[in-house]
Write a protein that binds this ligand. Structure first.
Ligand code: F3S
Length: 424
């Protein structure tokens, strides 16, 4: 790999042994993927995927201590993924005991994160790019992030450039301020090798379409045609929220780090069909295909007919407009069903900064009256508690379905379930 004189000096130990190891790791990472150079990280902020203090990750805490002791901290402030626990989310005493044992290092780990460069306040969310949170990269910015849903959103919706890095490597990039140049950082790597023709008769469910696309194209870049019919050609609030959920499903049900939507996402608007490789394959998604994909999901509950004990919405974290929209829809559905409170304990999750702003609005009290809890938790971290994983949990998140025993339902069916209406 060709390094600049400055990068070579770091590798040679000019800034200490620990920084040299950090640089060496990144160089080895790049060489594995054929990178020929390192490029500067240009975003204002970083973002860390590892936000949970799992007791067993002793090696990671030692590594963090070593970095801090050597002064090898992040050159940019960073946000981090959501916290794994929130006392407001329903759990029984036994589950709480397991939580405290599992995440026993949460407090000291957060102290390490602060010393490494965590942003002030409570920057714990996967949707760090929301306005209220403020970690919003610009088009063309080079990032060192790893959270798959955030990388996917930053590449696709914001036009920033980031590979699907792993945890720790993203911190290393923020420490030395450069990342290996390959894959989604390059113009060539951002070209689509799939054309996805969306031919549904109604607006496709974001998380179902994302699942279908992810499972088909895996780590490739898809170029979607026909979705602008349902989302329009402006990246407004509604389209951005849709793409957040769609993208997270492509990233988790497959390994998509970037997609383009014709007439809508920045690079598709700018470069159009020139983004499509000549040998691109075609995948047609119609109503029947979405039904087929949904029917392929295994139900791994012990009792498939069990009554849901909990519902999680907001994986990735909800936007403010989604919180208000769901308050409205749920209020109307409960009234139509002659109920005041939800039929299934329900948790909406969002970024702490969005939650803080939401709590100042009348909808916060309305949701509370309906029995809905709004939390900053990561539902996946909750479900990783083996005692929680055994519960019949429902969700509208295809990411949560993929990684846990939670069962996926489209929005309309979730609404019927939690409002005590007829589902289907
Ligand atoms: Fe975010 Fe946790 Fe889901 S990090 S995308 S809420 S799994």
């Amino acid at each position: 790999m060709l390094l600049t004189a400055e990068q070579q000096a770091v590798l040679d130990g000019a800034q200490g042994e620990v920084r040299a190891k950090v640089m060496k790791t990144l160089v080895m990472y790049g060489e594995t993927f054929g990178a020929e150079k390192m490029v500067p990280v240009t975003s204002r902020y970083g973002h860390l995927v590892t936000s949970f203090g799992l007791g067993m990750m002793k090696g990671m805490y030692r590594l963090m201590d070593e970095l801090i002791a050597a002064g090898a901290v992040s050159g940019q402030k960073f946000s981090a993924d959501p916290r794994p626990m929130d006392k407001n989310v329903p759990s029984n005493p036994l589950q709480n005991l397991v939580f405290h044992f599992m995440y026993s290092k949460q407090t000291p780990y957060e102290a390490q994160l602060r010393r490494l460069g965590l942003l002030d306040g409570s920057p714990f969310t996967c949707a760090c790019y929301l306005d209220e949170v403020g970690n919003l990269p610009g088009k063309g910015d080079v990032l060192s992030w790893a959270e798959s849903s955030a990388v996917n959103y930053a590449n696709s919706v914001l036009g920033a450039r980031c590979n699907r890095n792993s945890g720790i490597l993203e911190l290393f990039g923020s420490i030395v301020g450069c990342v290996p140049y390959f894959g989604l950082l390059t113009d060539e790597g951002r070209k689509a090798s799939w054309i996805v023709e969306v031919k549904t008769t109604k607006r496709p469910e974001a998380q179902l379409l994302g699942s279908a696309v992810g499972m088909k194209v895996m780590e490739d870049v898809p170029y979607l045609r026909g979705l602008d019919r349902w989302l329009g050609t402006e990246l407004g609030e509604d389209a951005r929220a849709y793409l957040k959920d769609f993208g997270a499903a492509t990233a988790s049900n497959g390994a998509v780090g970037l997609y383009h939507v014709e007439h809508l996402t920045p690079e598709a608007v700018e470069l159009g069909d020139s983004l499509i490789r000549p040998d691109a394959k075609v995948y047609v998604v119609d109503d029947a295909e979405l039904e087929r994909v949904r029917a392929s999901y295994p139900v791994i509950w012990k009792d498939p007919d069990a009554k849901p004990k909990l519902c999680f919405m907001g994986c990735p974290h909800m936007t403010s407009a989604q919180l208000h929209g769901w308050t409205e829809r749920l209020g109307a559905a409960l009234a139509a069903n002659g109920r005041k409170k939800v039929a299934v304990p329900t948790v909406f999750t969002t970024a702490p900064a969005v939650l803080e702003a939401f709590e100042k609005t009348p909808d916060a009290a309305r949701l509370k009256e309906m029995g809905v809890i709004v939390s900053y938790i990561c539902p996946l971290m909750y479900m990783n508690n083996p005692l929680c994983g055994k519960m019949p949990v429902v969700t509208n998140s295809n990411k949560l379905r993929t990684y846990t025993s939670a069962r996926y339902y489209p929005d309309a069916e979730i609404l019927a379930l939690i409002s005590g209406g007829t589902q289907g």
